[in-house]
Design a protein around this ligand. Structure first.
Ligand SMILES: O=C(O)CCC(=O)C(=O)O
Ligand SMILES: [Fe+3]
Length: 699
């Protein structure tokens, strides 16, 4: 095999070319980076398999003679094998292919496709731009800018719908979804085919993931001092336990659909359960029995499947042997062995382990760990109780705010309207912000509303507001007010709905909807069609799919209104059928409506038929991981400014608390070698990535 250039180098060069607007070079380098990344993974997998055979830990342990020599003899052989194998496949020392954590994360999140789509777009290679955009979006459904771009691509003529392809699609997910569709449609013959394929592919993906676990030891805390380094056996144990835990987590990785946050529970065993049912339906009792027996390896006391087993045995006759699948038996045994070792380590050496499986037999978990687990659960329960108690007594964190309507008055659950969150003059200042921003022409141009041709739609994000303040286009105090108003709303909503449980910003923007003159006659549509904020309402109103492209991690929504001098534009809530209206909210300055973002709160906005309706739209999440990154940047700019002001007139600014957030920069190890230092720059450049995209007005 030829020499594989390390993917992090290619990536760093590609990103640099991107920011130099050298699109051709950027596209080429980024594609090569992706290719090299895939090649590296394939090499690791292949070498692991080859060396597993070549230097196998097989046979009986030595009856007599030193155990240690026998074991380490194999360890040395395996190390030699792996070194050689990787060296010849990669054409370089394997260590050259170790990328920093930041870059590894970028690739896991498919970040290169984000750059690629822009580069392809600039090169007028639309088909490739679309598939890159789609590939990125599948794994990043929360990415607002990409969502907008995708919507634009969809509206463009000349873009074929089969270009919306996931270039990194995992074979097992494609098969699984097709299989489940057939299964749910009672098409069991096809279901069996696809689910078998899915199981096969999932197990194969699992092996690849496990192979990648055999990498270097990742120290949690870098211990610089030599005498803090562990001794031989401690070091081996620590590294081995790390590998075991990593391998155990692989099942979660393969069971998590790209773009989703949590894994499908019991992914492997549920395949076997589905298959046993489907085989039974198509009259293949022998295979049904085999799958049932395999399922029982995970859950040996599962009553319904034991029942089925009896039935299959009866149907097949006593002479037919029923055995579980060999590969599943192997999977279960191997997993149990790993769990035992991990639990032993936990009990005696400390550390933690999140067992990814629900089927782990109780007797495997050491008694004192179980005890500790129970205590933790108890503590958590108590905390929730305390929280609810506090919530009931809960008072709002600000004076003068009133609760105008609660859930009951709004005929629903988790809905509320507060008034007097802003004063008239604060509303005026914020409205001035939208006007001033409009004049600048950059990033804040009125566009057609994505929802209706009869309105224009303008959105201003927090970061944009700060940047405009920085460039002197808007007043700093107005921009600061936007930041403060949104934080105030956050506190109100947190204390009302989830006291004691932190709500993070997920996305914030100031939006105005303006009626387009002369286009209002006989208008039947809405300003914003009925929707739920964190799931996709199905048109028949029976379900709300909590899956991408919905912003699934959003937990609460808030809208803080700024004015009422327009016609139409009421917010309304409906039942799941999207037509039965249950509550109406007329916007006005200082009114904050808040509600949980799920299917219990479908809502829409009546047509704005005259004038301009402005509001700060706010979404919140409990998940720190999905906290709004733009905000960190915006607050930094604010603090910078405050510090400058402080110097000039001694005024004090109480900046926002950053401690709970991790900025992307924080992930960059200090003093890192080569690509790391470049990444440090491009990571912060990345916050400007959306602007970069915005500049493309060719859409
Ligand atoms: O502006 C409003 O009243 C509601 C807007 C909304 O529901 C949304 O943007 O998701
Ligand atoms: Fe909404």
């Amino acid at each position: 095999a030829g020499r594989l250039v390390p993917y992090d180098l290619l990536y760093a060069d590609g990103v640099r070319a991107y920011f130099a607007r050298d699109w051709g070079r950027a596209a080429e380098l980024l594609q090569r980076a992706l290719h090299s990344y895939a090649g590296l993974r394939a090499a690791r997998r292949a070498c692991r398999d080859a060396c597993l055979r070549e230097a196998a830990f097989l046979g009986e342990p030595p009856a007599a003679g030193p155990w240690e020599a026998a074991l380490f003899d194999r360890v040395l052989q395996r190390a030699d094998c792996v070194q050689h194998c990787l060296g010849s496949r990669l054409g370089a020392a394997p260590s050259a292919h170790r990328a920093s954590l930041v870059i590894q994360r970028d690739f896991e999140r498919r970040e290169p496709y984000n750059y690629l789509q822009v580069a392809f777009f600039q090169l007028k290679k639309l088909d490739q731009a679309v598939s890159a955009a789609h590939t990125f979006f599948v794994a990043n459904p929360q990415h607002l800018q990409m969502r907008e771009d995708i919507e634009k691509y969809r509206r463009m003529s000349g873009v074929k719908s089969d270009n919306f392809r996931d270039l990194e699609a995992a074979p097992h997910w494609e098969a699984y979804e097709a299989g489940m569709q057939h299964y749910n449609a009672d098409e069991y013959l096809q279901a069996v085919d696809r689910l078998e394929e899915s199981l096969r592919e999932a197990l194969s993906a699992l092996e690849e993931c496990r192979a990648l676990c055999e990498g270097p030891l990742e120290d949690e805390e870098v211990e610089e001092e030599e005498d803090l380094q562990p001794g031989l056996y401690e070091a081996i144990a620590a590294h081995y336990i790390q590998v075991l835990k990593c391998r155990q987590q692989c099942v979660l990785e393969i069971a998590t659909k790209p773009g989703w946050i949590s894994a499908t529970e019991d992914f492997i065993p549920s395949h076997l359960d589905l298959l046993q049912f489907a085989y039974d339906q198509v009259g293949n009792q022998a295979l049904a029995a085999e799958c049932a027996a395999s399922y029982l390896l995970f859950y040996p006391t599962d009553e319904p499947v034991l029942e089925k087993m009896k039935q299959y045995r009866a149907e097949l006759g006593e002479d037919t042997a029923v055995t579980a699948r060999e590969n599943i038996r192997h999977y279960v045994q191997r997993s149990l062995m790993e769990k035992k070792l991990i639990y032993y380590a936990m009990e005696h050496l400390g550390g933690t382990f999140n067992d990814p499986d629900l089927w782990t037999p109780d007797e495997l978990i050491p008694e004192n760990l179980k005890q500790k687990y129970r205590e933790d659960q108890e503590k958590k329960k108590q905390e929730t109780l305390d929280m609810e108690e506090r919530g009931k007594r809960g008072s709002l964190p600000f004076e003068g705010i009133t609760v105008t309507m609660d859930s009951q008055q709004m005929n629903g659950t988790q809905r509320v309207v507060f008034d007097r969150v802003l004063t008239e003059s604060e509303c005026k200042d914020l409205l001035r912000l939208t006007k001033a921003a409009r004049g600048t022409g950059d990033g804040y141009r009125a566009r057609r509303s994505p929802h209706t041709p009869h309105e224009r739609f303008e959105g201003l994000t927090i970061l944009k507001a700060m940047q405009l303040a920085q460039s002197g286009d808007v007043d700093w105090r107005d921009a600061k007010l936007l930041l403060q108003a949104s934080e105030k709303s956050r506190k109100i909503i947190e204390s009302y709905f989830t006291p004691g449980k932190k709500l993070h910003f997920s996305f914030t923007h100031l939006v105005c909807r303006t009626a387009v003159e002369e286009e209002q006659e006989g208008r039947m549509d809405l300003s914003h069609p009925v929707h739920a904020d964190n799931c996709l309402l199905d048109p028949e109103g029976k379900e709300c799919w909590k899956e991408p492209p919905a912003y699934v991690y959003r937990d609460y929504s808030g809208i803080l209104y700024l004015n009422d001098d327009f016609r139409g534009g009421s917010l309304f809530f409906t039942e799941m059928d999207t037509v039965t209206v249950t509550a109406n909210v007329r916007p006005k300055c200082g009114r904050l409506v808040a509600f949980s973002s799920g299917k219990e709160n479908p809502h829409g906005v009546q047509a704005v038929s005259q004038g301009r309706r402005c509001a700060i739209a706010l979404w919140y999440t409990h998940s720190a991981e999905h906290a709004e990154q733009e905000r960190v940047k915006a607050e930094e700019l604010m603090e910078q400014r405050a510090a400058e002001e402080n110097q000039s007139n001694g005024e004090e600014y109480h900046g926002a608390d950053h401690s709970s957030r991790s900025s992307p920069e924080a992930l960059v190890p200090s003093g890192g070698a080569r690509p790391t230092s470049q990444r440090h720059k491009s990571v912060s450049e990345r916050t400007q990535h959306p602007k970069e995209l915005r500049a493309r007005d060719e859409f």
